[in-house]
Design a protein around this ligand. Structure first.
Ligand code: ZN
Length: 159
């Protein structure tokens, strides 16, 4: 039943979720739906200029999967520009990479929790209460936004 889930980690959501061609009323516009993972792929590969290997690594997908995502993104953007369609940016299978990172001062264990789960009381390794928030906030968090995608586990052990 459950399809295998590929975590597509994204760093940020777009500031603007909708682009439309000037001079065409919304009612007569067709739109393409760029998903947030496609948006992130564009950001990494086209804006930041990363190689696909690096960008794939950042999104925690295979290079081939990244290739598929970016191809799809390019197609949609091309279609919007060439055929004067609006671009709606939302949905997709992705996770936000905003995590809180904690560290245990006693055993040096560090771990991450997504936002909204509350602060841990003890270290999961040694049960020490001597834990603190680590500065570096990275990793993959589950997100419940958009169209209900985003199931699965991700974000274990970030280097
Ligand atoms: Zn500990």
């Amino acid at each position: 039943m459950t399809r295998p889930f590929k975590c597509r980690c994204i760093k940020s959501e777009p500031q603007i979720g909708y682009f439309k061609p000037r001079g065409i009323p919304l009612t007569s516009l067709e739109e393409v739906n760029l998903t947030l993972d496609e948006f992130e792929a564009i950001r990494l590969a086209d804006l930041e200029g990363l190689y696909q290997e690096e960008a794939a690594e950042k999104m925690k997908v295979s290079r081939q999967t990244f290739g598929n995502i970016i191809n799809s993104a390019h197609n949609k953007i091309a279609e919007a520009i060439i055929n004067a369609k609006a671009i709606k940016i939302e949905g997709g299978v992705y996770k936000m990479t905003n995590m809180r990172k904690f560290k245990c001062s006693d055993c040096n264990h560090s771990w991450e929790l997504p936002y909204g789960t509350g602060r841990p009381q003890v270290c999961p390794e040694c049960k020490s209460k001597n834990i603190h928030r680590a500065e570096e906030d990275r990793g993959c968090a589950r997100t419940n936004r958009s169209s209900g995608y985003g199931r699965g586990k991700c974000g274990r052990a970030i280097k």
